[in-house]
Ligand binder design. Structure first.
Ligand code: ATP
Length: 513
């Protein structure tokens, strides 16, 4: 646990030191669970967003993208169920005065049992050596099965109690499990209460005439209320999708995990409109598609897993998460939800306007069903960033910090470095930078010895360094150094645009899908 904390702290401080993520309004000591993206973070975030957008919109002729406003008519949130049901169960510890999400306390308890399963497996792997079959061990070992049964029983009971809104039973479960406050170690808990996560605000010039509004807690509703507009103006035929990226706001009860859980964050959502009763097929289809999108980044598969929801949200008939192995364990990165016709049917009811699809093949009108994929851009940022950050020991014992970002996502694709600050080398280096910047984000750096500059670019995640030396003036070649292998090769300046494009363009990432 201490090791996990250390590596998470390193990630947070590296993100700050290299201009990726800053606490919001830091000169005033920050604002809880709100963060700003710095000069490199903004670019990494933009590239992740672009990878998602292109994979969804550019690569599918039946998916279009929109950009709806953050403010929406307040009735939207009644129709969507958010006013009544967008709650988290909160519980306070009377001694430490700390507030927790009751479901998260229970899930963390279950995660500790899961860690015991991992420990058993590691022990057994050592004992059996090469002959060890992990899958078989997990499926047959009595101790592991006992732990698993315990986890299943706990999570099932929690899911059922939350579903029934039986908050007294959620508290009873916390007490029966003997869960203590992580801060004070005390088991002196308040009752479990529901807490609505929406931020309220006002629209209008005077207090008397102002309307109460909410900051949107998800981008999805902007898509639902525009379903008819897009379907008609785009002459879309089912099945088709509407994609959107944008800010969402939630007054999270506990927000202590850096950009994993923020009060202002960005979502990338796609609602796929389908005929009723085809949701199972499309649910499986989008589960596979979305996992492939993640795997295209080259992060090994064992860092991802599917997790079926114990408690279904008020709108869903099936739902799962793609979980990622964050520095603090497996946690939700993306949700895939079968939302039935809940949203469109409710908007039809609340707006009093017909929201249907005329299916020419079936010759009938119906309310489409919806399959949703929903991912947090900031969480994706954290997944990519935390996996990329490595401490390496080099030959000879020296260490280097390297941010092995997939090159198509890296903020800066190449740094141009004159070996020395004289003899015309800076001028040639600047010329190379100017040629390359038509196609990609590049930077120029002439400060410090070249070895230090390489280290700086490694830590920044820049995939290539281009070093201009005296030979460059004679034969128009430069040294091209690759970040991960640290291999260097001599290449012609004229070849650089093509070489770098082949190694860093988003196109090649999309081709892996
Ligand atoms: P959690 O259980 O972690 O609170 P959720 O199930 O409420 O998440 P959804 O409503 O399904 O999340 O939202 C879709 C995605 O939006 C999540 O998978 C996550 O990546 C992202 N997300 C949700 N809440 C936050 C937040 N507070 N900060 C950052 N990202 C978030």
């Amino acid at each position: 646990m201490a090791k996990e904390n250390d590596s998470f702290k390193k990630i947070i401080s590296h993100a700050k030191e290299y201009g990726y993520v800053f606490p919001s309004s830091e000169i005033y000591d920050g604002l809880s669970a709100v963060y700003d993206y710095g000069q490199n973070g903004a670019l990494l975030k933009k590239n992740i967003r672009e990878f998602w957008w292109k994979a969804m919109v550019q690569m599918h002729d039946n998916i279009v993208g929109i950009d709806a406003a953050i403010f929406m008519h307040p009735t939207t949130w009644k129709a969507s169920g958010h006013v009544d049901a967008f709650n988290d169960p909160l519980i306070d510890n009377k001694d430490s005065k700390k507030r927790y999400r009751a479901d998260v306390l229970i899930e963390d308890y279950a995660a500790k049992i899961e860690a015991k399963i991992d420990k058993e497996a590691t022990k057994a792997a050592k004992r059996f050596g090469a002959a060890f079959n992990k899958e078989q061990f997990l499926a047959t070992n009595p101790r592991v099965l006992g732990y698993q049964e315990k986890i299943d029983t706990i999570l099932k009971r929690m899911g059922q109690s939350l579903e029934k809104e039986d908050l007294a039973d959620v508290k009873a479960l916390i007490e029966e499990l003997g869960i203590a406050c992580p801060e004070s170690g005390s088991r002196n808990w308040t009752e479990v209460k529901q807490f609505n996560l929406m931020f309220g605000t006002k629209l209008g010039a005077t207090t008397e005439t102002a309307t109460d509004l909410f900051l949107r807690p998800e981008t999805a509703q902007g898509i639902f209320v525009n379903y008819l507009n897009v379907q008609k103006t785009g002459r879309m035929k089912l099945p088709f999708g509407i994609a959107q990226t944008g800010k969402a706001f939630r007054n999270e009860i506990v927000a202590r995990q850096f950009i994993f859980r923020m009060r202002e964050f960005e979502q990338m959502e796609m609602q796929f409109f389908i005929p009723p009763n085809t949701q199972k097929k499309w649910y499986d289809y989008w589960k596979e598609q979305r996992l492939n999108w993640h795997l295209a980044l080259g992060i090994p598969k064992e860092n991802y897993r599917f997790h079926d929801h114990e408690k279904l949200a008020h709108y869903a008939d099936a739902a799962c998460d793609i979980e990622f192995k964050f520095p603090f364990g497996f946690k939700e990165l993306e949700g895939i939800h079968s939302r039935t016709d809940f949203d469109l049917a409710n908007h039809e009811k609340f707006a009093g306007k017909k929201i249907k699809y005329f299916d020419p093949e079936q010759n009938e009108s119906y309310t489409p069903y919806v399959l949703e994929t929903s991912i947090g851009l900031d969480r994706m940022f954290l997944a990519v960033f935390s996996h990329a950050l490595k401490e390496e020991t080099l030959e000879g014992g020296a260490t280097r910090t390297v941010l092995q970002l997939p090159s198509a996502l890296a903020p800066v694709k190449a740094a141009v470095l004159p070996l020395v600050k004289k003899d015309g080398l800076p001028e040639l280096a600047q010329k190379i930078r100017e040629t390359l910047q038509w196609d990609m984000q590049v930077m120029y750096d002439e400060k410090d010895a070249v070895g230090r500059r390489y280290r700086r670019q490694d830590a920044l995640g820049t995939p290539f360094c281009i070093t201009v030396d005296h030979q460059s003036l004679e034969d128009n070649t430069v040294t091209l150094r690759e970040r991960d292998s640290m291999q260097q090769q001599r290449v012609a300046i004229a070849q650089l645009p093509q070489l770098l494009e082949e190694q860093t363009a988003m196109k090649y990432l999309l081709q892996k899908l």
